[in-house]
Every structure is written in structure tokens, then in C-alpha cells.
Design a protein around this ligand. Structure first.
Ligand SMILES: Nc1ncnc2c1ncn2[C@@H]1O[C@H](COP(=O)(O)OP(=O)(O)O)[C@@H](O)[C@H]1O
Ligand SMILES: [Mg+2]
Length: 386
């Protein structure tokens, strides 16, 4: 097992045992339509959890699992979302429906032939949905598209006596999908919610990393999926599990593990990345680990963080840099930056919504990602101070 920057599952997956047990047993229960909403910072391991849940559920009879990431869309349109998701559902059901063709082939099939192909018991029930989804080119009613996709899973599940689990990664981003050139926005969430209330054979699990959109979707009491999905925060790994990842491939002391744990804040992506660089190091000492961490910050940090940092407004940049410089209260920040406290508070709110800053206590703000913080301190702060 090597270090990897891809989502992990199976033997590569560490920790989260309790969460996985709960999710898998609830989702595998054919009488339940309870779903889950996972939220947590980027790179903390949400996709990996969905993939591991998928792996475990696939071993169960009568459970059909479909994983889909909104961030994998190319055109980022609602039509593309609905077509691709429905094709995944059709493909996932192939073992039960005996359909010989992959869904992408169906897309190219003329309507007359399509009807013949789908002229089997299991598919008759969803013929209308499939025809609608695959033959639509554009300019279709948004609600109709969504209804057809989710009817597809529900009807297929009923006709094959199975349960369908939809795992939709980065779900809140569907509000940004385009239809007729415009962003579709929040109403789509309410639509999906309304449809899902009638489900008897489908469960929805979602994940999201952007605080403000996740808030809109599930976290606040006025959001559509509040009370409908069980919300779970995915937190960084504890030191023990950081050690487990590292010790599989490296000879490394407790002190070394401690160092990487504190550098990474337990975010598995950084642990894997540092581990990957350390594989090239002959003798792993505390000093060589620190060298590798610095090498990571210089080479990878500039790729990972620079663009993100530049996407912030100039005031937001000043604030994050100064938090990295050790100014945690709005008052202190206002003093160093030379601005009004009320202004600072407003920009801190924006930064919280974007997922960069966390309010740890009253009047005490910290950066969410310790590695980003370190990068700011080393590469950005000096240029603001000079
Ligand atoms: N449970 C885990 N065990 C080991 N490595 C993990 C685990 N979860 C995540 N990782 C590693 O962390 C990185 C980010 O994981 P990912 O699931 O893509 O996070 P997210 O979806 O929250 O951004 C990947 O490189 C993956 O290898
Ligand atoms: Mg992810």
C-alpha cells in the first residue's frame, strides 16, 4: 500500500469505524430511507468515506449503490447532471435488469430502437423516464428533469425489489448548475427534497465542503434537508491514525509522527503527501521531516494555495495573512490593518462563509487549515509587513 492523493477505500482506509458502521447498517436496511449529510473541510476525507460506504454496500444483496460527484461535471449544466446521474443509475441496475448495453450507448440510440431494447419487464416501468432523459437536448423544464431522474431510481428499485442508495458528492454545488445560461439556485434543493419525501426505496447521502452552501442545504434549521438527513461532521484524524497511515510504509519515530500530526492538523491529504515525499528520504529523522515539510510548502504550497489566496479580495487577503501572523481578535486585526472593527467583522463573516476562517471563541478567529496558515506565514506575511 503506497501513499496516495486519491480518495481511499478498503485496506487503505483508516479510522471512522463507528461512522461507517452506522451508515452502512442504516443504508443497507431496506425498510429505511434515512440518508446522511457529511460535511467537513476540504481534504479531510469525505469522498473517501462515500467511496468506502459504496464498497461495503456493494457486497450486500438487494442494495444498489450509485456514487456521483457534482464536481466531475464538465459543462456544469442541470441537463448534464440529470443525464449523467441517470446513466449511472441505469448502469448500476444492469445486473438486475439484464440490459446488455451501457447507458452511454443508449444515448446514441434512435428512439425506435431504444424502445425495443428497453422492452423488458424491468425497463418498461421506466421507459418514459429514460426516453425523456436521454432524448432531451436542452430547454426542458428543470423540475421535470429532476423528477425523472429520481423517479428512475425509485421505480427501478421497486420493480427489482432492491433499494437504491444515491451518494452525491459535493451536492450543494448543484445550486450553481446552469440552465439556459443562468444559475438554477436554491429552488432545486427544495424540489429534490419534496421528491425524496415520497421515496420508499431510495436513500440519499450527500457531502459538501463549502460552509455557506452546506449551511444552505442542511445545516441551518430553515434549510430544505434539515431534519431529513442525518448530519455528520467529518473531522481531521487523531494522532493514532496519522501514525497508522505513516507506519505502513515508513520507519518513523513517535516524535516524527507527532511532528507530522502537528504540521498537518490531522488532515489526511497532507499526511499522505508528506509520506509520499518521505519515501524518497533515506533516513527519517526529525530534521529530515522538517525539511520535507518545508519542501512541501515551497513546491506544493504554491500550487495548492496561491490561486485560492489570489481569489480573495484584497481586504480578505490582509485579514487571513494577519491571522496567520498571530492576530486573532477583530480588535487586534483592526489595529494592525488600520481599519474599523465593524469592517473587519464583516470580512471575517465572508471568510467564514468561504470556509477559510473559523470562529473558535467570542472575539477569537482562527484559520481552518493549519498548512495554509503556515504557507501564509512563510510566503505571504513578510510581503505585507515590509
Ligand atoms: N480514512 C482515510 N485513511 C487514509 N487516507 C485518507 C482517509 N481519508 C482521506 N484520506 C486521504 O486524504 C486525501 C483527501 O481525501 P478525500 O476523501 O478526497 O477528502 P475530501 O473529499 O474531504 O476532500 C486523499 O489523498 C486520501 O488518500
Ligand atoms: Mg471530495
Amino acid at each position: 500500500m503506497r501513499f496516495t492523493l486519491q480518495p481511499v477505500k478498503g485496506k487503505e482506509f483508516v479510522d471512522r469505524i463507528g461512522l461507517l458502521e452506522e451508515m452502512v447498517s442504516e443504508l443497507a436496511d431496506k425498510r429505511s430511507t434515512v440518508g446522511y449529510a457529511l460535511y467537513g473541510k476540504r481534504r479531510v476525507g469525505k469522498t473517501s468515506i462515500l467511496k468506502e460506504v459504496e464498497r461495503q454496500l456493494k457486497m450486500k444483496d438487494e442494495i444498489i449503490v450509485v456514487y456521483f460527484s457534482v464536481w466531475d461535471l464538465v459543462e456544469f449544466s442541470l441537463l448534464e447532471f440529470c443525464q449523467r446521474l441517470s446513466m449511472r443509475i441505469i448502469d448500476a441496475y444492469r445486473p438486475h435488469t439484464g440490459l446488455k448495453y451501457r447507458a452511454t450507448d443508449l444515448l446514441k440510440t434512435p428512439a425506435s430502437v431504444l424502445r425495443k431494447i428497453l422492452d423488458r419487464a424491468e425497463f418498461k416501468v421506466v421507459y418514459n423516464e429514460i426516453e425523456f432523459l436521454l432524448s432531451t437536448k436542452q430547454q426542458t423544464d428543470n423540475d421535470m428533469l429532476i423528477e425523472h431522474v429520481f423517479d428512475l431510481s425509485e421505480k427501478l428499485a421497486k420493480s427489482t425489489d432492491t433499494k437504491c442508495i444515491l451518494l452525491v458528492d459535493e451536492f450543494p454545488s448543484i445550486i450553481d448548475l446552469k440552465s439556459d445560461g443562468a444559475r438554477i439556485g436554491e429552488p432545486i434543493l427544495r424540489k429534490i427534497r419534496t421528491i425524496s419525501e415520497d421515496w420508499e426505496r431510495t436513500s440519499l447521502c450527500i457531502s459538501g465542503s463549502i460552509k455557506s452552501t452546506m449551511e444552505l442545504t442542511v445545516l441551518s434549521s430553515t434549510s430544505p434537508f434539515y431534519r431529513q438527513l442525518i448530519v455528520k461532521e467529518v473531522k481531521p484524524l487523531e494522532k493514532e491514525y496519522v501514525g497508522e497511515i505513516l507506519l505502513r510504509n515508513l520507519k518513523i519515530s513517535d516524535e516524527g509522527i507527532e511532528e507530522i500530526y502537528s504540521f498537518s492538523g490531522g488532515i489526511p491529504f497532507y499526511v499522505q503527501f508528506i509520506g509520499k515525499i518521505l519515501e524518497r528520504v533515506k533516513e527519517i529523522t526529525l530534521d529530515s521531516i522538517k525539511d520535507v515539510e518545508n519542501e512541501f510548502l515551497t513546491e506544493e504550497g504554491n500550487i495548492l494555495f496561491k490561486e485560492e489566496f489570489n481569489s480573495l479580495s484584497s481586504k480578505e487577503r490582509l485579514i487571513v495573512a494577519n491571522i496567520a501572523g498571530g492576530h486573532y481578535s477583530p480588535k487586534e486585526l483592526a489595529n494592525t490593518i488600520g481599519d474599523k472593527v465593524s469592517n473587519i467583522n464583516r470580512f471575517l463573516m465572508y471568510l467564514i462563509e468561504k470556509g477559510y476562517v473559523e470562529k473558535e471563541d467570542r472575539g477569537y478567529y482562527v484559520l481552518e487549515d493549519p498548512v495554509f496558515e503556515r504557507w501564509l506565514k512563510v510566503f505571504i506575511l513578510p510581503s505585507f509587513q515590509s
